[in-house]
Write a protein that binds this ligand. Structure first.
Ligand code: 2NL
Length: 356
């Protein structure tokens, strides 16, 4: 077929194409690998120079014309499609809007806020410090000897400090209280909530977890103050009056005497809950601040005493809200958080305070 005849036929096919699919078939049949226009272009190679000089411009003009006709028809079909959709589809503004995706407060943040509120009521300020600590604030000042297992590489994340200034990811929040004692003058009442790190990972341990420690430094402070404070805090936190405490003698390098603090539990609808006295579970470690720690912070241990305590925030959250898998805390799965009924509107208030 001559270029002229082919152009007439293709122009008709293009004009007749009822939709974009049909138009694409016309394009392939003309310009595709074995298309009619492509075949004409290929035939140029076999012509002698004179014929090619005549046919070449014609065939190239044909290709240009077909390409332009295809583009024009495509635009027309798309315009027609859009016009049809505009005519038939419409937005019903009276329909209710879809719910926006809402996040919620994380149980750990929630519990940290609750703890801050409870201790604020008891006159404690919140202290903060770096998560990358030096070995002196994290271990030495706390009377933790060079040979203590906590200092081993397999328990602590070491960073590249210098030979005489080794750096670690803090293994507890105690260095925050050390910094507070060095920077401020007693009497002191502070809590230090925050992230801590240990080289540990299994079903019940994550390499990063959350701790809260408390510190009181004053004159004539004794274990009675410690026990009352912990009892008042646990009653407010678990929202029960039947909280019983048991202090068992223990050992920490930074306190003397030291105690492990157990709280009574009871069964409630098949669950073990805090409160009552069917059994004991450990919830805190505590003690009187070791005089060497007080002296390390530049205070006179004959004048100043104090108590300190520490506990895991993740564990407190699990106990209070009945969550049983620690790892879910770090998955960021909204279904999990909704299952436990957390709402972004849940924020603790002072109105439910401890009344101290
Ligand atoms: C536990 C035990 C504890 C402390 C933390 C502390 C801090 C300073 C001085 C003395 Cl600056 N003590 N903190 C004391 C006793 C226990 O934590 O089982 N934590 C999860």
């Amino acid at each position: 077929m001559s270029p002229h005849d082919l152009q007439t036929r293709l122009a008709a096919d293009i004009a007749d194409a009822p939709d974009l699919g049909a138009l694409e078939s016309v394009r392939v049949a003309a310009l595709g690998k074995s298309g009619s226009v492509t075949a004409l272009l290929k035939s140029l190679g076999a012509m002698d120079a004179d014929s090619r000089a005549v046919e070449g411009p014609r065939i190239h003009a044909l290709r240009e014309a077909v390409t332009a006709a295809l583009a024009a028809k495509k635009a027309a079909l798309e315009d027609a499609d859009l016009a049809k959709r505009l005519a038939t589809e419409h937005v019903d503004l009276s329909l209710p809007a879809p719910d926006p995706l809402r996040g919620s407060i994380h149980p750990v943040s929630q519990v940290m806020d609750e703890l801050t509120e409870i201790f604020a009521d008891l006159g404690f300020a919140v202290a903060e410090g770096p998560e990358v600590e030096d070995d002196w604030h994290n271990f030495t000042a706390l009377n933790i000897p060079e040979t203590h297992p906590a200092r081993a590489m397999h328990d602590t994340f070491y960073l590249s400090g210098t030979q005489d200034h080794p750096m670690v990811l803090r293994t507890h929040t105690s260095p925050v209280q050390i910094r507070t004692m060095m920077a401020e003058s007693p009497p002191l009442r502070v809590i230090a909530p925050g992230r801590v790190y240990r080289s540990d990972s299994d079903a019940t341990h994550t390499p990063m977890f959350h701790q809260i420690e408390g510190l009181v430094i004053d004159r004539k402070i004794h274990m009675g103050h410690l026990k009352w404070t912990l009892e008042t805090f646990l009653k407010a936190f678990f929202e029960r009056d039947d909280i019983v405490l048991r202090l068992r003698p223990s050992y920490f390098p930074f306190t003397e005497p030291s105690a492990e603090v157990d709280v009574g539990w009871s069964m409630d609808r098949g669950r073990r809950v805090v409160g009552g006295s069917e059994g004991w579970m450990e919830v805190l470690g505590a003690g009187m601040v070791h005089p060497r720690v007080i002296a390390n912070c530049g205070l006179d241990p004959d004048e100043w005493q104090g108590f300190a305590f520490g506990t895991g925030v993740d564990r407190l959250a699990m106990l209070k809200y009945g969550m049983d898998d620690l790892r879910a805390f770090f998955d960021g799965d909204l279904r999990w958080i909704r299952h436990y009924g957390f709402s972004f509107l849940d924020v603790p208030t002072l109105s439910g305070g401890v009344g101290a």
